[in-house]
Design a protein around this ligand. Structure first.
Ligand code: A2P
Length: 271
């Protein structure tokens, strides 16, 4: 699998990114950048955009070499409040956001206006690309009725235990890239210590986490494992020098059973 792919806008995005949910200090993001991550996935809701901005600034890495995502939280949905939220996020992130997402479908009465505000932010240039997160097929279908810009991505929870084949196929049919959050099932034993995952890992001489991340990359998903630990960040990044074979992939594919470890607005938010 490639280390980068192209979004429907033509933008290049690193296929492996560092999730920073619950990460509190810029140090934990700096260790990720030092380890080699060039893609950070933040959100207003995580309350760490300023820490991401600082880590990026202090890294000495050219800004063009780093891809930063953030998200509009539900309480900022609506045309005016989204515009304001974009400005605040831009301030935290030193005037550049590579990708800004609607964090979830939220209230249908403000969804189209929120998207319109993001379209304008993209046209104005501070926000390079826009997308959605936690959207189900119905949410996307309805958004596309009024959207001028097709979302670049839909970021959803994806793992061998939660493959969402219909939603993935639908997004692909619209040119919307898939981003996988919680590829490690939030570190739960049910996912990370599963016996099939473990047996594939043993066969490959790799960690369980590396197998889960590699499975996700081989599905073509932009993959966003979270870690605030320097060693685990490093080890989770070391997934480009081995390959899961057909048998490994078949065994992992058989684990699909709609296991949600985070939250699931794709099914719970009204269309
Ligand atoms: P930590 O931040 O202490 O490393 P997900 O990306 O699926 O949401 O999972 C994140 C959780 O998995 C966090 O609790 C994280 O803890 C843990 N985690 C991340 N990488 C690894 C790893 N290589 N081995 C074990 N646990 C990990």
């Amino acid at each position: 699998v490639a280390k980068e792919m192209k979004l429907n806008s033509g933008t290049t995005i690193p296929t492996l990114g560092l999730g920073v949910f619950l990460v509190k200090s810029s140090k934990e993001i700096s260790t990720g950048l030092s380890a080699g991550y060039r893609h950070i996935d933040s959100a207003r809701y995580y309350q760490n955009e300023a820490e991401v901005g600082r880590a990026v600034r202090e890294s000495g890495i050219p800004r063009d070499d780093i891809f930063v995502t953030t998200k509009v939280w539900l309480s900022d949905f609506g045309y005016e409040s989204t515009k304001k939220a974009v400005q605040t996020s831009l301030q935290y992130l030193d005037g550049r956001i590579d990708l800004m997402l609607m964090h979830a479908p939220g209230d249908p009465s403000v969804r189209a206006d929120t998207w319109r505000a993001l379209e304008e932010a993209k046209a104005e240039g501070g926000v390079r690309d826009i997308g959605v997160s936690n959207f189900g097929i119905g949410h996307i279908e309805k958004l596309l009725q009024t959207a001028k810009v097709v979302p670049a991505v839909n970021q959803i929870e994806l793992s061998p235990f939660l493959q969402r084949k219909d939603l993935v196929a639908y997004c692909r049919s619209k040119g919307i890239a898939l981003e996988a959050y919680s590829p490690l099932g939030k570190g739960t034993r049910e996912v990370l210590e599963d016996k099939t995952v473990r047996s594939v890992a043993q066969r490959q001489g790799r960690t369980n986490a590396q197998v889960l991340i590699r499975w996700s990359l081989q599905q073509g998903f932009i993959t966003l494992p979270k870690s605030s630990n320097a060693q685990r960040q490093q080890s989770n990044l070391d997934v480009f020098s081995f390959e899961l074979d057909d048998q490994d992939m078949e065994e992992l594919d058989a684990l699909d059973r709609y296991l949600v470890t985070a939250w699931d607005p794709t099914t719970s938010d009204p269309v």
